[in-house]
Design a protein around this ligand. Sequence first.
Ligand code: COA
Length: 332
Amino acid sequence: MNKITAAITAVGAYVPDFVLSNQVLETMVDTNDEWITTRTGIKERRLLKENGKGTSYLAIKAAQNLIEKANLDPKEIDLVIMATATPDMPVASTGVYVATQIGATNAFAFDLHAACSSFLYGMSTASAYIQSGKYKKVLLIGADKMSSIIDYTDRATCIIFGDGGGAVLFEPNEEGLGLQDEYLRSDGIGREYLKIDAGGSILPPSEETVKNGQHFVFQDGKTVFKYAVSGMADVSEKIMERNNLTKEDINWLVSHQANRRIIDATASRMGLDEEKVLINIQKYGNTTSATLPLLLSDFEHKLKKGDNLIFAAFGGGFTWGSIYLKWAYNKQ
Ligand SMILES: CC(C)(COP(=O)(O)OP(=O)(O)OC[C@H]1O[C@@H](n2cnc3c(N)ncnc32)[C@H](O)[C@@H]1OP(=O)(O)O)[C@@H](O)C(=O)NCCC(=O)NCCS
């Protein structure tokens, strides 16, 4: 029997309708379209504005889009992994709620939190469950309602983030397609540079923490930028080297969308031409756990069976890594 690999066999996505453009941000904080565009590549982002709707709403919509496109019976799903940095609630698992809402009543579910690398780590986790031979259909969802933790008076963060969700289905493959190799890293040095101070077990929420805005994301952008550029480029180069991949062998770079300059630096270290780099940051900004599946959804029509994809991400913590995956289908 051939070795079992974990292949992506379907993709779904969802972004909310509300668009927050650079022009509108100009009226909210001291910034301008030219600065945002040249420093980040972002033109607009989507926000989930309706009261009472959280990350699960984005996740359910993305999963339902996949289920419909793939004509999948949700009862066949064995496991739902919910990659997110913004769960609905600190305790009750968002993934469990999502699984029930989409009708995945035979699945077990859990949340996976690794900041902007949540989806990348989720790919590794989903693949390991498939390779164990015990699970046949693993649904990996990446969704974040970043607008729930962003201070819209802080120009250092509010220009960057957006809301969205995406989902992929992993299934066993015996043709050698799917996940080939991974190189995942983390380093606690990052804790001080990208964080939310309050609301966790060190500093529970209080009147004081809310008054100080400590429930919002704080980012030392310059430092994060420096680590992200070298981290993502290093792991992507490493995964090419150890799989004997030349730049000609790679069809697509599927990179976390945090800053256009970080993506370009990674592509440049890999020696890749611009047309091999999937980009949609201009439309959505940084949607944290949703960037990678949103790219797969937007560019699904271009991906061909057997294509070599390199995924790369970098996030708070720090967390980062790279995954080499062979695409398993042609879109109908
Ligand atoms: C946040 C980020 C876009 C800032 O870009 P940068 O080129 O590093 O900008 P700097 O912070 O050095 O600021 C440069 C200048 O622009 C100003 N500036 C900062 N934000 C601004 C904004 N939104 N609009 C206009 N000017 C701004 C700064 O005050 C500074 O002015 P000064 O030179 O007069 O002091 C960039 O650091 C970044 O993308 N960091 C990594 C983000 C990331 O990847 N985060 C998620 C990880 S998953």
